[in-house]
Design a protein around this ligand. Structure first.
Ligand code: AVJ
Length: 322
C-alpha cells in the first residue's frame, strides 16, 4: 500500500486524509468528513433523537443564560463570534434575549458550510433586520484571521457551541483553545460547550440510537468515499460500534467489517484490505468533568468564570475570560 508520489501531491484534502488514515495499521478516518450534504441531513436527524440529549441541554442553557452572560460583559458593545454556527437556531435563543435586554452587539457566525450560513443570514434578516450581521465562510482560524486581532475597543464574546470541541483529544482541544486566545484581548470572553461525564448508559444511548440515525451518519462516510473518491466500500458489510470509557471520558465510534473486505478507491489508486472485524476508528466525542474543564482553561491561558449547566447537569457551556 504505497501511494505514488505523483498522486499524493494532487489529491484533495479529503482524499489525502483518507489515504493516510486508511494506510495506518490501526485505520482511522476523521469525523470532520462526516458533514457532506447527506451527512448534514443525518446529523439533523440525530439532533432530533430523544436519546441525543446534547442539543436540548445546550438549548436549555442558552435559553436561561443571557442575563449571566450580559452581566460579565458589563454593558460593553460586543462582537458575538460563533465558531461552527450550524443552523444557528440555538444562538437565536440568545440573540432574542440579548436584544430584549437592550444589549448592543454584532453577530458574526463562522462556518465551513456556505449553505448553512446563507440560511442563518436569511433568518436573522427576517427576524432582526437592524442587527449588525456578518457571515464568514471558512475554517475557524482562517475566518478569525480575516476578523483580525481583538482591538479591545469592542469586546468579543466567542461562542464555541455544540460540544464540537469534543471531537478533539484533550491535548488537541487545549491547543485549539489556546490558539483562539490569540485572537482575543483582555476582558474578552469564550463560551465553550462541553459534554459532561455522566452515566455511561446515557452516553452510549446517545451515540447508539435504536432508530439507527447514528449508524447511518457514520456509515455515510463510506458512501461519501464511494461517491467522491470512486470507492467500492460495501456499507452493508460494515457495522457501527460505540464505546465509552468512563475513566478517560472518551466516547469512540468505529466502523467494523463483518467479513474480510477488499476496497479499491480509484482516486487514490489503492486497494485496502480489511480483516474481518478490523476496526476503522472514526470519531472521538470527549466527555469532561467540571474540574477537567477548569484545568483546561488554565492550561490554555484563560480564567474560568462560570459553568452554565442544564437542569440535569448533562452539559456545560463554560464561560472563560482572557
Ligand atoms: C457535533 C461533534 C457534537 O460528537 O456529539 C453526534 C457529532 N456524532 N453523533 C458529537 C455526533 C455522533 C457530535 N458533535
Amino acid at each position: 500500500m504505497t501511494g505514488s508520489a505523483t498522486t499524493s501531491t494532487t489529491l484533495s484534502p479529503f482524499a489525502r486524509d483518507v489515504l493516510s488514515g486508511l494506510s495506518q495499521s490501526n485505520p482511522q478516518l476523521n469525523s470532520k468528513w462526516f458533514y457532506d450534504e447527506r451527512g448534514n441531513v443525518l446529523f439533523q436527524q440525530i439532533m432530533q433523537c430523544p436519546e441525543y440529549y446534547l442539543t436540548d441541554a445546550e438549548a436549555e442553557i442558552y435559553r436561561n443564560s443571557a442575563s449571566e452572560l450580559l452581566e460579565e460583559i458589563q454593558g460593553a458593545t460586543f462582537d458575538m463570534i460563533e465558531l461552527g454556527a450550524g443552523d444557528g437556531s440555538k444562538t437565536q435563543l440568545l440573540i432574542e434575549r440579548f436584544l430584549a435586554a437592550g444589549a448592543r452587539f454584532a453577530y458574526r457566525p463562522i462556518d465551513l458550510n456556505a449553505a448553512a450560513l446563507s440560511e442563518v443570514r436569511e433568518i436573522i434578516g427576517l427576524r432582526w433586520p437592524a442587527l449588525e450581521f456578518q457571515a464568514i465562510q471558512g475554517d475557524y482560524f482562517e475566518a478569525l484571521d480575516r476578523l483580525g486581532r481583538s482591538s479591545g475597543s469592542r469586546r468579543r464574546l466567542v461562542l464555541f457551541p455544540g460540544a464540537n470541541i469534543g471531537n478533539f483529544s484533550p491535548g488537541e482541544a487545549t491547543a485549539i483553545l489556546q490558539r483562539i486566545r490569540g485572537f482575543l484581548a483582555p476582558g474578552d470572553l469564550l463560551l465553550t460547550g462541553f459534554d459532561l461525564k455522566k452515566d455511561p448508559a446515557v452516553i452510549l444511548a446517545a451515540y447508539n440510537d435504536p432508530a439507527g440515525h447514528t449508524a447511518a451518519f457514520n456509515l455515510n462516510l463510506l458512501h461519501r468515499i464511494n461517491r467522491e473518491l470512486g470507492g467500492n466500500f460495501q456499507p452493508d458489510n460494515w457495522r457501527h460500534w460505540e464505546t465509552y470509557d468512563p475513566a478517560s471520558g472518551a466516547a469512540r465510534s468505529y466502523l467494523l467489517p463483518t467479513k474480510k473486505q477488499e476496497v479499491t478507491i480509484t482516486a487514490l489508486e489503492q486497494t485496502f484490505t480489511f480483516r474481518a472485524w478490523q476496526a476503522i476508528s472514526v470519531e472521538i466525542s470527549q466527555k469532561y468533568s467540571l474540574r477537567e474543564i477548569e484545568g483546561m482553561a488554565d492550561a490554555s491561558g484563560y480564567e474560568c468564570v462560570r459553568h452554565l449547566q442544564d437542569r440535569r447537569g448533562y452539559f456545560s457551556d463554560s464561560l472563560w475570560r482572557v
